[in-house]
Design a protein around this ligand. Structure first.
Ligand code: ATP
Ligand code: MG
Length: 410
């Protein structure tokens, strides 16, 4: 069975608000083996929305509609579904009682228009909304399902898990789904795709998606089949090929971020790390400390932007800075060694580079970054050259710094 998603709300047609509910729903439906074959955004307009629902019903077995269930005049989803399916609405006093109770607990008065949210389409099953006022509704007509869900993502997600998943599992044909996720650092998307495409194109029954962020790529493999053992075998085969091609560029097989992986490695070894950052301005420390429990292995950092501070806080020799400039291999090495010694950590990571837009030279153009790793057996430095865009240089440098640390730890 195929599905379509209709996101309702005039604000979603402006540049200020993006429809993310459909992304969540697509992810969930795909995992159930349901393909989303189309989606659209419709403003708060009864007739247009009714037309969109009628059109979707002519094509797909599952129509998910998000938003427009609230109490105000511009919340038109119930009315539009009524128009499209030729169903009336009936006031449900129990729903209104629940809304009253919710407002009472929050110490707020209930406006009269909230009665609109207690209107139920004839024949609909009510989907309770413990996180908000507007309940969802589920209608079935001629074997097709129309599902009304609230707009606020938290309400929608909770309702989907609690109410929609069990109902969908009842109406969908049984299908086994097996998934594998690889996260990869230090590769360009085109390069990665070029390398693994020969493998995945042979597996037409495994859906492969490659999603790229800044210096970070996620490869999803999804095998669906009526036969669970078959799905298992196909995904294991393709997964092994992808692993063989990408090798240690894969940093995670369960979706964990690079900072979590690095943290787990350090904790497992009973070791610690500190950082010395220049052009990343604390991004490496920010990522390391975003993980709960980072105090087990992260000691602290030095934010050393100028030469004078590099010398004073990290003990980088002034001759070194004069002779090679701050953006150089010897200075990156001295920064890492200085941080390691002064923080008393097992490891230290240093980043020094030219993020731009100004400050580049012929020898070190904008986008040049040196990353140092100091550890028990000395310091090593790697030079990187990124596309000269300040924000990207900073993000990519932080990513490379964490990945170099990971490689030093494995
Ligand atoms: P409420 O009872 O809160 O009015 P509702 O079901 O009427 O809920 P909307 O009024 O359409 O929902 O949307 C409420 C809020 O939820 C919006 O301000 C918007 O921030 C968010 N929202 C709505 N639709 C989406 C969507 N498709 N993706 C992401 N956020 C959304
Ligand atoms: Mg609303």
């Amino acid at each position: 069975m195929d599905a379509e998603v209709i996101a309702v709300g005039s604000e979603l047609l402006t540049p200020h608000r993006l429809d993310t509910n459909s992304l969540f729903l697509t992810d969930q439906l795909n995992a159930l083996g349901v393909e989303v074959t189309g989606k659209c955004v419709v403003g708060d307009d009864r007739a247009r929305l009714a037309a969109a629902i009628t059109a979707a019903l002519g094509r797909s077995g599952i129509i998910l509609i998000t938003g427009g269930l609230g109490p105000t005049e511009d919340d038109v989803t119930r009315d539009a579904v009524g128009l499209a399916l030729g169903r009336g609405q009936t006031y449900n006093p129990e729903i209104f009682a629940a809304i009253l109770e919710r407002f009472r607990r929050m110490g707020r008065a209930v406006a009269e228009n909230n009665r609109r949210q207690a209107m139920v389409l004839d024949g609909a099953e009510v989907l309770p909304n413990p996180n908000g006022t507007a309940p969802g509704q589920w209608l079935t007509q001629a074997g097709r399902h129309v599902i009304l869900l609230p707009g606020p993502p938290k309400e929608l997600e909770a309702m989907f898990h609690a109410q929609c998943l069990p109902r969908l599992l009842r109406v969908l044909p049984p299908m086994a789904l097996r998934t594998l996720t690889f996260r990869v650092a230090g590769m360009a998307e085109s390069d990665l795709d070029h390398r693994i495409a020969p493998a995945y194109t042979e597996y037409t029954d495994v859906a492969t998606t490659v999603l790229a962020g800044a210096g970070d790529i996620t490869v999803h493999l999804r095998a669906r089949a009526a036969d669970a053992a078959y799905a298992e075998r196909r995904i294991a085969e393709l997964g092994a090929k992808v692993e063989a091609i990408l090798g240690d560029r894969i940093y995670s097989r369960n979706g964990d971020s690079l900072e979590i992986v690095v943290g787990d490695l350090l904790r497992g070894r009973g070791e610690t790390v500190s950082v010395a950052e220049s052009c990343t301005g604390g991004l490496v420390a920010e990522r390391l400390t975003s993980v709960p429990g980072a105090s087990d292995y992260f000691l602290g950092g030095f934010l050393t932007y100028t030469d004078a501070i590099k010398a004073r806080l990290l003990g980088v020799a002034e001759e070194l800075l004069r002779e090679h400039t701050a953006v150089s291999e010897p200075v990156a090495a001295a920064m890492a060694a200085g941080a390691r010694e002064r923080a008393g950590s097992t490891w230290a990571v240093s980043v020094t580079g030219v993020a731009g837009p100004a400050g580049g030279t012929e020898a070190t153009p904008v986008g040049t970054v040196f990353i140092g790793i100091a550890g028990p057996s000395g310091a090593s430095v790697q030079r990187f050259r990124y596309i000269p865009d300040r924000e990207r240089v900073r993000m990519l440098a932080a990513q490379s710094a964490l990945d170099l640390l990971r490689r030093a730890l494995i």
